[in-house]
Unconditional design. Structure first.
Length: 87
C-alpha cells in the first residue's frame, strides 16, 4: 500500500508540473429555449448558475415527489399508514 501511494504521489507531482489554463464553457450552439438559457447562464456567471441550481434541484424534488405520491395514491397504495401487516 505504501509503495502504491509513493508511486501515485510521483505521478501527481509530475502532472502538477504542466500548467495549462482550463476554460469551462458550455457549448450552446445547438441548444434552444431553456437549455440555451441555462448554458449561457453557466458561461456568463458560475456563481449565479450555482445559486440557481441550488434552488431549482430541491424544488424539482418536491414537485416530483408530490406527483409520485399522488400517482401512488391513485394506484391504491396507502403510504400514510405505517402499520405492519405481518401474518
Amino acid at each position: 500500500m505504501i509503495v502504491f501511494c509513493l508511486c501515485a504521489l510521483g505521478a501527481n507531482l509530475l502532472a502538477a508540473e504542466q500548467k495549462t489554463d482550463v476554460v469551462l464553457v458550455a457549448d450552446s450552439r445547438h441548444l434552444n429555449g431553456a437549455m440555451a438559457w441555462w448554458a449561457n447562464l453557466f458561461n456568463e456567471s458560475h456563481l449565479y448558475f450555482a445559486l440557481l441550481t441550488v434552488v431549482v434541484i430541491p424544488l424539482a424534488g418536491v414537485v416530483l415527489g408530490t406527483l409520485a405520491d399522488l400517482w401512488i395514491g391513485r394506484l391504491g397504495i396507502n403510504l400514510k399508514s405505517r402499520s405492519l401487516h405481518e401474518g
